[in-house]
Design a protein around this ligand. Structure first.
Ligand code: TMP
Ligand code: ZN
Length: 402
């Protein structure tokens, strides 16, 4: 199986087994067969990008009722408002046009719309597009590909900035993405996108970043090579402390000089051997060990008669639950603030998802923290639980309880 990005040979370093789609929450009485995908991580010998062996079915993943909502975290809302300010500061033409691929509920574009700047959000998730529109954002239900890009350019003209957060890594066919970027972007414009960073995943052993939607796990090394294959250059890179550690990449094709950070980050990745099979196999061994430790801790908590509940039914939790074999016997409930997930059960593991109890007496003794990427926000919110001696089980950056 060749690399989906460049066609070179890929080598497997991790097999997480058959997994359901991370956001395929379902009704408890739904007994239909669940779609499963063998989650195997590969590294490419050519462009170096880490990728899954097989893509999931896009229409089943990013459908009209897709439940992930950007604004479900206050921190992420603030991040995207700050992002909008950064994008606006980079606009130089008289009547600029900003496009967001995967605009979700319009959190970022709402701040662009507020400034009266021409913009368009493109996202296949109809319910989120409706929500974006209700906030005054111009958004459409569509997939971003070469044809959508051509239609958009015909209607609005070229884009000054094309932005995407946690979306480019969802699209296995980078050829159509780059064809679209090439068509839609103004010659002097920039493409800015961000997503979970391979370097952070290796450092934290955050194996739960691996699920069907995260088809690629990008790095500066890989994005620089991929961009070059398509006539772009990686001209800036910035580390972001959101979603468990991300990189934000800026691509351009106007011959501008890259910022020194590009070479620095690539040199670090190189020095740490982040794309070497030896390093990736160390990571895979750590993943196996982490599964055993997490199960031990949960079983012990159960044996001690403590009531454990999951904190946040994140997409990432699907990998943890299914890979570690955690079901309702060990974890009877997961609390989550997203209305679209509440009342359903988790994919594969069938654990009920419920709203957080309003009565504090109904709180568990211990929370298993699936929303570890939102730790600060969650700890600030759960002061009462903590003060009362509530316990947390964490599995990133290592398995610990207390
Ligand atoms: P994410 O990690 O993919 O952003 O998923 C966030 C999920 O966590 C989303 O379903 C909402 C949930 N959540 C809570 O239930 N409580 C919280 O305090 C936060 C920050 C998120
Ligand atoms: Zn490749």
């Amino acid at each position: 199986m060749p690399c989906r990005s460049c066609g070179a040979e890929v080598t497997q370093f991790l097999d997480l087994g058959l997994q359901p789609l991370a956001n395929a929450f379902r009704r408890a009485d739904d007994t239909s067969a669940e779609f499963r995908l063998r989650l195997r991580s590969m590294v490419c010998d050519g462009c170096k990008v880490v990728q899954l062996a097989e893509p999931g079915p896009a229409e089943r993943m990013f459908h009209a009722g897709y439940p992930f909502r950007t604004s479900s975290s206050a921190r992420m809302s603030a991040h995207f408002t700050a992002t909008a300010e950064r994008l606006v500061a980079g606009l130089t033409t008289p009547d600029p046009f900003v496009v967001e691929i995967g605009s979700n509920d319009g959190t970022m574009l709402a701040a662009i719309a507020d400034r009266g700047i021409r913009h368009l959000g493109i996202d296949p998730a109809a319910s989120m597009v409706r929500e974006a529109i209700s906030r005054g954002v111009n958004a459409r239900v569509d997939w971003f590909d070469a044809a959508t890009a051509a239609r958009t350019r015909n209607e609005f003209g070229p884009a000054d900035i094309i932005y995407a957060a946690n979306t480019i890594c969802h699209i296995p066919d980078l050829h159509t993405v780059f064809k679209g970027l090439e068509t839609l972007l103004y010659d002097g414009g920039v493409v800015i996108f961000e997503g979970p960073y391979l370097g952070d995943v290796l450092r934290l052993v955050s194996f739960d970043q691996i699920y069907d939607e995260h088809f690629y796990l990008f790095s500066a090394t890989a994005v620089a090579r991929i961009a070059n294959l398509h006539g772009f250059a990686l001209v800036d890179v910035e580390h972001l402390d959101v979603h468990g550690g991300e990189l934000r990449y800026t691509l351009a094709r106007d011959g501008r000089a890259p910022s020194p950070d590009v070479a620095t980050v690539i040199a670090t990745e190189d020095r740490e051997g982040q794309h070497s099979l030896a390093r990736l196999e160390v990571f895979a061994a750590e993943v196996v060990a982490r599964r055993a430790r997490l199960r031990d801790v949960l079983v012990e908590e159960h044996r001690s008669g403590r009531r454990v509940a999951g904190y946040a039914a994140t997409g990432k939790s699907t990998t943890v639950l299914n890979y570690c074999g955690i079901g309702p016997d060990l974890l009877p409930v997961i609390y989550d603030t997203t209305p679209e997930k509440q009342g359903l059960v988790t994919p594969g593991s069938h654990i009920p998802v419920e709203p957080f109890p309003t009565d504090f007496g109904a709180y568990p003794d211990t929370f298993l923290l699936f929303g570890w990427n939102h730790t600060d926000e969650i700890l600030a919110k759960e002061r009462k639980f903590i003060d009362r001696g509530g316990r947390w089980i964490r599995y990133v950056p290592d398995v610990r309880i207390g």
